[in-house]
Design a protein around this ligand. Structure first.
Ligand SMILES: Nc1nc2c(ncn2[C@@H]2O[C@H](COP(=O)(O)OP(=O)(O)O)[C@@H](O)[C@H]2O)c(=O)[nH]1
Ligand SMILES: [Mg+2]
Length: 442
């Protein structure tokens, strides 16, 4: 196994830069470069100097930390050299270690070695990448939970349950002349259904997980003059959009990002939806239509004081919240007993907190059954979906009393897909795809 080296801190100037080596020669290479390293102890920082070879000239005063295999991040001998954060020093350090036999690491190669040495599994490796790339507090939390192994444990216990059923069916095929007795069939069906539900719950959490990872797009829509721009200003906490009592004031869409409990919310105020002959306004309405298609969540604003006005008719679905605005005025009869809407006044600020809560509830709607553990990775989601599909096939084959062999094929497939999530049954192809998305030094 070769010894690899890379800059592990961001390139550029800084107080310090960390150059990391991993592999069997990490220590011997460092000893050739650094002075007084004979008594280096594992997991202790040692102050030392790096000398230019063949001279007594010092390149830099550094702090060296040694992690002895297998108790290191990669499972190999690891050396971390903290030097001063100058690109020139870093360049020299890399050149020196390479001249002593180290090789520049490929992207993600440190993590790949950790995976190969079973320090972490694939879910954890991906979570390390996601943690580094995280844009939101919520994404950091999810990545940390996945590095901690929560998702892997959940998947492993589903796999174990599945293996239990496979073993039962395999032995039935081997040893039993007749088919499985009805009682046993019933229990197999129940167990498979519960595994499928477990997988389904995880897959469903991706709808929230994806949004927490990247943020959520919210469009404010409704008829002219219902108070969309006023609500937009309330939510962004300043007078960003022009508010007038002239219908059709907002012609272009207008966007701002706000922070909702650590999740970035990309909020768009739109032109009121109505028939118009005004060219500019119709262009605005076209943009509104696009904003609606783009949005993860739509706030459909209605003027609660309006007794007769037309309402924008949209299909009510899970991805819209109906907002009754102007509740500081007399609420029209047709809205008095309406449920499933959030009542606010953009003018007084009343109800804005409930609206924020409703938006947050939308964000967290997928995690009801997983105690807040979310699938945030598209690759995991796809594999959960395919595993669930195979289980569905197995269950209908059971219902149709098809042969156990046939059922087993689907179950083995499901197990294979689950295994690909944690990397137990992962081909080189998948690994190289995953690690191509890492940065160097990780
Ligand atoms: N009484 C009352 N007036 C409001 C409220 N929200 C907005 N308005 C008024 O309604 C008019 C239209 O507001 P605007 O935000 O421009 O609506 P938009 O056309 O939907 O963007 C303005 O005169 C606002 O002051 C509210 O909650 N209560
Ligand atoms: Mg407006």
């Amino acid at each position: 196994m070769s010894t690899i080296v890379a800059l592990s801190t961001p390139p550029g100037r800084g107080a310090i830069a960390v150059v990391r080596l991993s592999g069997p020669d990490a220590l011997s290479i460092t000893k050739q470069l650094a002075v007084d390293l004979d008594n280096v102890k594992a997991r202790r920082a040692t102050l030392s100097k790096i000398n230019l070879p063949g001279t007594q000239e010092t390149l830099d005063e550094v702090l060296i930390t040694f992690f002895k295999a297998p108790d290191s991040a990669t499972g190999e001998d690891v050396i971390e050299i903290s030097c001063h954060g100058s690109p020139v020093i870093v360049r020299e350090m890399l050149d020196l270690t390479v001249s002593m036999g180290a090789r520049l690491a490929a992207p993600g190669e440190f993590t790949l070695r950790a995976l190969t040495n079973r320090k972490i599994n694939l879910v954890q490796a991906e979570a390390i990448r996601d943690l580094i790339a995280a844009q939101t507090e919520a994404a950091v939390k999810q990545a940390a939970r996945q590095i901690g192994g929560e998702l892997s444990h959940t998947i492993t216990s589903l796999e174990e349950e599945l293996i239990g059923v496979i073993v039962l069916l395999e032995s039935a095929v081997e040893f039993v002349e007749d088919d499985l007795p009805a009682a046993e069939l019933g229990s197999v069906k129940a167990r498979l259904t519960s595994v499928q539900k477990g997988i389904g719950d995880l897959a469903d959490s991706y709808s929230s997980g994806r949004l927490l990872q990247s943020g959520i797009k919210v469009a404010i829509i409704g008829s002219p003059n219902v108070g969309k721009s006023s609500l937009f200003n309330r939510l962004v906490s300043r007078d960003r959009a022009i508010v007038t009592d002239v219908p059709g004031t907002t012609r272009d869409t207008l966007s701002e990002t706000i922070d909702l409990e650590g999740v970035p919310v990309f909020l768009t105020d739109t032109a009121g939806l109505r028939d118009t002959t005004d060219t500019i306004e119709s262009l605005g309405i076209e943009r509104t239509q696009r904003a609606i298609v783009d949005a993860d969540l739509v706030l459909e604003v209605i003027d609660a004081s309006d007794a007769v006005g037309e309402q924008v008719s949209r299909d009510r679905d899970a991805s819209s919240i109906r907002v009754l605005n102007k509740c500081d005025l007399a609420v029209a009869n047709r809205f008095v007993s309406e449920k499933d809407s959030v009542r606010i006044s953009a003018l007084t600020g009343e109800g804005i907190e409930s609206l924020r809560t409703a938006i947050l509830a939308f964000l967290h709607r997928g995690d009801v059954d997983n105690e807040g553990l979310l699938v945030t990775n598209a690759r995991h989601y796809d594999l959960l979906k395919t595993a669930s599909y195979e289980l569905g096939n197995a269950i209908s084959a059971l219902n149709d009393e098809l042969s156990e062999e046939l059922i087993l094929v689907s179950l083995h497939n499901a197990l294979k897909f689950l295994g690909q999530i944690t990397g137990e049954t992962t081909t080189e192809d998948i690994l190289s795809q995953v690690f191509a998305t890492f940065c160097i030094g990780k």
